[in-house]
Design a protein. Sequence first.
Length: 389
Amino acid sequence: MPNPKPTPITNSINWPATLMLALTSLPVVTVLPWYLWTHEVSAAAWICGALLLASNGLSITAGYHRLWAHRAYSAHPALKWLYAIFGGMAVQNSILIWATGHRAHHRHVDDIDHDPYSAKRGLWFSHIGWMLRDYPSNRLDFSRVPDLLDDKVVAFQHRHYLWFAFGTNFAIPVALGLLFHDIWGFVLVAGLLRLVLSHHFTFFINSLAHAWGRQPFTNLNTARDNDFLALFTWGEGYHNYHHLFQWDYRNGIRWWQYDPTKWLIASCAWLGLAKDLKRVPDFKVQRARITRQFERAREALASSRPHSRLLTLQTQLETEWQQFTETVAHWTALQSEKLSDAKLQMQDKWEHSEIRRRLQMHAIERSLRIQRRRVQSLRRSLMAECVPV
Ligand SMILES: [Zn+2]
Ligand SMILES: [Zn+2]
């Protein structure tokens, strides 16, 4: 339950972050337009800028976020170093600070005193304002992240973070500029513009992805699913799903949902650079979606004046609910049977019963998917029949 009142703003300005954000943004809105108007920037600068933008963004989403903050899979050290270098280049602090803060965001989501970028403190605050002052909600407790402290790549990057951030941002654009004989084009486009875009694309996840979109999985927090936002955030726009199932390596779970971070992780697994990819069982996904459909249908019923057509739909809804609870009970029974069979350690018997269980679980998942579509159309009919009180 979020606190009713935020901590008063008596906090001093966080000068390093404020200056960094101001000194990178100002030239992008002043010098860059003038330069583009008066000079020609090489195609190489635009192409390298786009490639660096993608490598920075994906190192944050696949590395900082899904690997280190959520442990959604394990990665080969070579991949970790790539994430540490190109994630450092995104200048969003060290992996240790970023992932610790993000775990606090999930643990205290929306709490105005403990979520570092609580959406309940407004769009500006959750987007960028939280970084501009030393708020108590920004104080981190590293004793809660022993796994991160034990990670050699995380510890090294944290100790030498300024080299990772400054070194990459100066050396890479300048070296490429010298190579392609377009230093200023590279500094402005592949250096500054790329960095500012990379910043705001990530910041959108804390601001817009908590304010704009649908809530198909849960309404217990402000997180939203938004296909449009996924285009800019390397697939992190499916934030409602992510807040319910944070340890899943996917955010967009359907094959057609734009989640390049998920495709990158799956490709790395195929190449042997990632393993133990965690996925939420389809049953749990369907259960969450149907529960949400029932909630919305009941909200519609509660807001309407009763009439005969509505009462018929209500009866149908209760029948569906009955069937749903029975399906969930059946699934739970299969799960406990699996556990007790495993304890018996009778290999032959276990394998035989496991095959039977898997078949039953697949059948349950299929029936839940069909029921979800039925409940969805029932909810739509209910909403169409509503007569406001
Ligand atoms: Zn969030
Ligand atoms: Zn997260």
